[in-house]
Design a protein around this ligand. Sequence first.
Ligand SMILES: Cc1cc2nc3c(=O)[nH]c(=O)nc-3n(C[C@H](O)[C@H](O)[C@H](O)COP(=O)(O)OP(=O)(O)OC[C@H]3O[C@@H](n4cnc5c(N)ncnc54)[C@H](O)[C@@H]3O)c2cc1C
Length: 425
Amino acid sequence: MVSAVQTALLTDVVVIGGGPVGLATALSFAQAGGRVVVIECLTQAALENPPFDGREIALTHRSVRILKKIGAWAFIDSAEISPLREARIETGEYQHALCFDTKGYGVEALGWLVSNHVIRRALAHAVAQQQNITILFETEIITSPVADPVVDPMADLVAEKNWGANPWDQKNVVLQTASGQEIRASLVVAADGRFSPTRQKAGIGAIVHDFKKTMLVCRMAHDIHHNNVALQWFDEGQTIALLPLNGLVSSLVLTLSEEENRQKLALSQEDFNHEMTKRVGSRLGTMCRVSSCHTYPLKSVYAHRFTAPRLALVGDAAVGMHPITAHGFNLGLKGQETLVHAALESLMERGDIGAKEGLRRFEQRHRLATAPLFAGTNGIATLYTRDEAPFRPIRQACLRLAEKTSPFKKAVTSLLMDKKKDKKT
Ligand SMILES: Cc1cc2nc3c(=O)[nH]c(=O)nc-3n(C[C@H](O)[C@H](O)[C@H](O)COP(=O)(O)OP(=O)(O)OC[C@H]3O[C@@H](n4cnc5c(N)ncnc54)[C@H](O)[C@@H]3O)c2cc1C
């Protein structure tokens, strides 16, 4: 990693946002031989040593393969990786669970749980080994990220540009940071989260679905072993997930209204433990909180477009999923892989990593991979978190039907693992 200096920077790719997807994107482009500048508003310390944020990320087989390929997996201690062998879904008093397991798949786990801060730290370590990635910490871009002569502040670039031409045909983008630094790139990648300021500056709208609930997450120790089984339990007035971590510890994920979760945060440790033990029906014995608690508002986001001239959106900036199906980061990793493939195809065909043909291919492929999942996840989140008629009887009927329909179970299990290898995505 090269430290930043206050001179004009010339690079192949600028990634705005050094979150997990932004760093993975930077690593993928750098491994392909590109020069990458990452713009991150956080400090170096916060990026390299992020604190525990309560999120335990369920990684698919494909995601682990990508993290290995870009050199981040090696920085994750095996003690931090918890195998997920089975997933059970239950609703209310209805006794028959819908189960997904690895039987017949010849694999040791459906997926693996790793804390978000551990993934971020591993990615930052991998980036630190790369000579052709420069990170500008505590930095924000103030200009439009889109290739457009009208917003280009660099007078000396006028000669390079064909004024009045279609912005898709412009040769590069010139960005300016808040401290006055100029960066010229062939491609800008927005990876700055679900409320992406870059997406907004580029004038790209988004579908935002507000579930009007929050998710409270923390780690709980317990007496009875979870056997590496994840439990998702949709009950009246609450949704609880217990995600199995190594040892006698689970991640508790409690979905309630914002006000209810605020009240939970105000409970004493003793009252909190007592209430959570009761809420999960003492399934794992007595529970005891062993980490800080974190809450997240539940809003899903789908960008109207994933590209603009010389700009691509990845990660939550493109698709911010409801966490119920555990696909946000997994889709983010898949999306950046799709983008890098498409950009490299453009480089081979046209000598231009940010050419519109590559961006359009990326957009088509990523839309195909994400739109059904986004709609399906929103549907599941609505059906399973609302108690008024007809939602409750419908979800019991759905579980019964799903448990008996083996092609459906196979399709969902394959989706959970995302094991399929695809040359293009
Ligand atoms: C409770 C919970 C559980 C989850 N569980 C799972 C799971 O099991 N599996 C799964 O796949 N996903 C899961 N997710 C989703 C996953 O956490 C996100 O999809 C993932 O973090 C998105 O990464 P990102 O890099 O796109 O965005 P972020 O993580 O939001 O990173 C964005 C980065 O951009 C930076 N930034 C923002 N604005 C600017 C700016 N203007 N200039 C420069 N930098 C900027 C931020 O500082 C940050 O570093 C879960 C989410 C939650 C809330």
